[in-house]
Every structure is written in structure tokens, then in C-alpha cells.
Design a protein around this ligand. Structure first.
Ligand code: HEC
Length: 490
């Protein structure tokens, strides 16, 4: 008996860590969640008239919930399908039944009869599937209750955050996010679950940062990551979140791989900022742009877009320079540009700018444009009040603002998703966001084809003579907008 108990404990511990499912359980899970199977189509007979439809139209999870506990809807109460509940006598409404056995369960699914052979309500479809498919389904029902999404328990939800590298900024962002989640918890959490935030930071080379994100996900197992500093390690860190299937909202990010499914970005990155700069520059037809990039991969981010816009790319006698290089190389470039007979426009995405550009050579007066994906002007009155209530340190306001905006979007998506949490469903919810306000940044629109939130950039020009910035208004990354709109149409 002792040995058996011990074996059970080991098994339970392995389950708690989210052991991989067996191939049969995985097949059953797919069948339960989607009604689909590689071993042949499954049909469902609906209602008193026994209308035949594909089971994928009425998957079990649609009524019984991803967690099997039953989602009451429109006066219907789909039963709790937890294995231990099925194996014990139960009463529902005026129907009471004895314990199910495996074969009685199969009969319930195929014929709509409960353990006592009483007919189940016609709302419960009758399913036609093969013996093997039915075995797969039962294999999954048996472990359904333990097959939780990572980070989700009855009363808590683990949410990760990847903090910025600088120590002081890190403390400020951590405090702001902690205070924000504490307020949500004080108000009852989300569908009765308390948010349990877990923090990590992002320090070192791009590869080190990706490795530490992977270790964080594996040890803390967050359901989702609410605010992430990806900038500078965008590609390797996205790859980790994708591989681990963790919905992640990047607060600071520069590049967005177009194939991302789980990673969303709050603000437009270098690509969108570059396109907005080109739009704001209002170049004459036939104008030439020179791209100054740190490496070829960076230049490639915008090369095709510019070509599609009909902008000629030429490094000689360019009318405008798009600066995507190390910020330390900016000063010499400005000096060279100022010395040219006809000084070019210099277009700089925020992340590539450096130093006080209003102190640039006089020849560049009004010719330096910088794109800001978000500025303090984006904070609404409500947002400003919240920043005060959360005691956000003014010197780290920008970092806290974007972190809170990202966290707020995740919370909004969790509220829209309902209690029955599922990572893929959360991704679909995020992809349905249309102009969702954050109160701290411009509103965010995401779709399946587009995981980058804002595309209107604020463009500012350096007034060198009066040593100040001039607001040139918001400019769209216009080309991309066309792309996204045609791409999102089904
Ligand atoms: C359209 C909604 C709906 C779908 C889809 C659905 N069920 Fe049900 N199911 C119900 C309802 C409602 C009941 C309760 C019927 C009653 O109490 O008479 C029920 C009852 C049951 C019961 C009986 C439980 C008990 O305690 O007696 C089992 C077992 C069951 N469903 C399994 C499944 C499985 C497995 C699937 C997918 C293959 C599925 N159901 C799909 C609505 C649904």
C-alpha cells in the first residue's frame, strides 16, 4: 500500500508540473476541444430532430468548458465532466443518476442516456465516432481535470513580466505593475482569480536574454506575460515565447517577426516608425533615400517597403537619410550631412536617436525628424490620475506608462475571455482588439495579420535655431496600413 501511495504521489507531482500528454490523450484533447480527429470525421446529432452536423460545430468544450466544469448558458446546465464527479452518483435538476462506468459513459456520448439509462436533455448532442476515437476521448476525460493551462488554478492566475535592464527603472516598473495588479486583486481579481505576478529582468546579450526568458517560463510557468522588454533581443526572445506558446505583450520592442502568433507589440517598431518618417518627410516624386543601418538585417526591415512606396534608394546625393545605425554614429553623420552643399533630411526612429539633436549644426535646422511611437501627450486625464494613484516615479514615467499599458491590455483580454482560460483563445481575443484604449498610449488595434499595436507615430522636428522641438503631428505608417487592411480581409 505504501509503495502504491508513493507511486501515486510521484504521479501527482508530475501532473502538477504539467507533464506531457500521451499521444492518445492528445488525440482525445483535440477531439474534446475542437471536435476534430485525424482518424475520420465525427458527426453530432442535435436536438429533438437529430439534425446531423460535424462535431467540430459543437465540440464538447463549447458547452462543458475547457476545464470540463460546464458553462451554464441560456438556461442550459451542461454537466460537470470531472472524472471523479462522473464516477460518483450525482443529481442535476430532477434527474439523479448513479456512478458512470467507462461503457456507460460511451453510451451517454453516443446515445444520450445517463448512467441509469434515463435520456439526457436533447441539448446534449449524440456523437457518432469510431471505437478508437471514443477511447481517445475517454483517455482525455480521465485526465481533463489535471490538464490545466500553466499558471491557472481555481483562485489564482500567474502573470509574468520581463522588466527593463536598468536597476532604477526596473524597480520603478516593478513597483508600478505590482501596485496595478494589487488594485485588481483588491477589487476581486479576474473572474474570482487573484493575479499572482512573477518578475524577471532582461540583461545581457540577446542570446542570454532569450535563455533567461526560457528559464523563467519553465520555472515560473506564467499563463501569459503582461509586459515585456524585448527591445534589442526581439527575434530570439519572440522565438522563445512562440516555442513555449506563452501569449506575450511586448511593451518595448523594435522588430516584429511577421510570423508571430503569441507575441503582440504595444507600439510600432523601427519599421513602422521609418515609414511614418518617410510619410512626414513628404518627399518629392523621384526623391532618393539613403539607409544608414547597423547591419543588413536592419536595413532589410524597410527596404522592400520603401521600394513598394516607389522611393529610390541611393546613398549618393540622397535627399533624405534614414538613420538605423548605432546611436553613437549619429553625431558624425550629422556633421557630414550639414557639410553637404544641399543638406539632406535626417530621419531617425526614437530608438536610434542620441544626444541633444536641437544642438545639431545650424545647416540642419528643421531637417532632423524623429518618430516617437508614444509620447507623454498620449496620457489621458484618467491615465494621469492612475499614474498618480500608483505612485509612479516621474523620472521613469515613460517606462512605467508603456508597462502599465501592456498589462492593462492583457487584463482587458482576460476579462473578455471569460473564466474558462485557454492560451489560444486569449490570442484570438487579443487579435480582435480594435482601438482599445490604454489611457497611457495611443489606442491599440491588433488582428491576425497585425500584432503591432499603434502605427501612427508622432513626428517631431528639431528647431536648431531656437533649441526646441516642433510637433509635426501624427503620421501613419501608411504603406503598412494598406498591407494590414488587405491582409485581414478573410
Ligand atoms: C451543445 C452543448 C453540449 C455539447 C456540445 C456537449 N454536451 Fe454534454 N451535456 C450537455 C448538457 C446540457 C448536459 C446535461 C444534460 C442533462 O442534464 O440532461 C450534458 C451532459 C453530458 C453528460 C452526462 C453527465 C451526467 O452527469 O449525467 C456527459 C457524459 C456529456 N455531456 C459528455 C459530453 C461530451 C464527451 C461531449 C463532446 C463529445 C459533449 N458532452 C458535448 C451539453 C452539451
Amino acid at each position: 500500500v505504501i509503495a502504491l501511495r508513493f507511486a501515486f504521489l510521484v504521479l501527482a507531482a508530475a501532473m502538477a508540473l504539467g507533464t506531457e500528454l500521451t499521444p492518445q490523450q492528445l488525440r482525445g484533447k483535440r477531439l474534446y476541444l475542437t471536435g476534430e480527429s485525424d482518424a475520420g470525421g465525427i458527426t453530432a446529432l442535435l436536438g429533438a430532430d437529430q439534425v446531423e452536423v460535424a462535431a467540430s460545430v459543437v465540440p464538447c468544450a463549447g458547452c462543458h468548458g475547457r476545464d470540463g466544469r460546464g458553462k451554464p448558458e441560456g438556461g442550459l446546465l451542461p454537466s460537470n465532466l470531472r472524472w471523479d464527479v462522473l464516477l460518483h452518483p450525482a443529481a442535476a435538476g430532477d434527474r439523479s443518476r448513479g456512478p458512470y462506468t467507462r461503457s456507460l459513459l460511451k453510451r451517454a456520448v453516443a446515445m444520450g442516456l445517463d448512467a441509469n439509462a434515463n435520456p439526457l436533455q436533447p441539448a446534449m448532442p449524440r456523437y457518432r465516432m469510431s471505437v478508437a476515437q471514443m477511447d481517445d476521448l475517454l483517455a482525455y476525460l480521465e485526465i481533463l481535470d489535471r490538464d490545466r493551462e500553466p499558471g491557472v488554478s481555481d483562485d489564482a492566475l500567474r502573470i509574468g513580466a520581463v522588466l527593463p535592464p536598468g536597476a532604477a527603472e526596473q524597480r520603478a516598473v516593478r513597483a508600478a505593475l505590482g501596485a496595478y495588479f494589487a488594485r485588481i486583486n483588491d477589487a476581486g481579481g479576474i473572474f474570482g482569480r487573484r493575479i499572482d505576478p512573477r518578475f524577471t529582468s532582461s540583461i545581457g546579450s540577446a542570446d542570454e536574454r532569450a535563455k533567461s526568458l526560457e528559464a523563467f517560463i519553465e520555472t515560473e510557468r506564467p499563463f501569459a506575460i503582461g509586459a515585456a522588454w524585448l527591445s534589442g533581443a526581439d527575434l530570439p526572445m519572440s522565438a522563445v515565447a512562440e516555442r513555449q506558446r506563452v501569449p506575450t505583450i511586448g511593451a518595448f520592442a523594435q522588430y516584429a517577426p511577421p510570423s508571430d502568433r503569441y507575441v503582440f507589440r504595444l507600439l510600432g517598431g523601427v519599421r513602422e516608425q521609418s515609414l511614418a518618417l518617410v510619410a512626414a518627410a513628404q518627399l518629392a516624386p523621384g526623391a532618393r533615400i539613403a539607409i544608414h543601418a547597423a547591419d543588413d538585417a536592419t536595413a532589410a526591415l524597410v527596404r522592400d517597403d520603401l521600394a513598394a512606396l516607389g522611393v529610390r534608394q541611393d546613398s549618393k546625393d540622397a535627399d533624405a537619410i534614414l538613420f538605423l545605425d548605432e546611436p553613437s554614429r549619429l553625431a558624425p553623420l550629422l556633421a557630414a550631412a550639414a557639410a553637404a552643399p544641399a543638406p539632406p533630411l535626417v530621419l531617425i526612429p526614437a530608438a536610434h536617436s542620441a544626444g541633444d539633436l536641437t544642438a545639431a549644426p545650424a545647416a540642419l535646422d528643421g531637417r532632423i525628424l524623429v518618430a516617437l511611437p508614444s509620447s507623454p501627450d498620449d496620457v489621458t486625464a484618467e491615465g494621469a490620475a492612475e499614474l498618480r494613484a500608483l505612485a509612479v516615479a516621474p523620472e521613469h514615467a515613460t517606462a512605467c506608462r508603456v508597462a502599465l499599458a501592456a498589462a492593462r491590455l492583457l487584463v482587458e483580454a482576460l476579462r473578455r475571455s471569460g473564466r474558462d482560460l485557454d492560451r489560444d483563445a486569449l490570442v484570438s481575443t487579443l487579435e480582435s482588439f480594435y482601438r482599445v484604449p490604454t489611457t497611457f498610449t495611443p489606442p491599440v488595434t491588433w488582428s491576425r495579420a497585425r500584432h503591432t499595436g499603434t502605427r501612427d507615430m508622432r513626428i517631431i522636428a528639431a528647431d536648431v535655431r531656437r533649441k526646441r522641438w516642433i510637433d509635426r503631428g501624427r503620421w501613419p505608417a501608411s504603406l503598412d496600413r494598406n498591407h494590414a487592411e488587405s491582409a485581414t480581409k478573410p
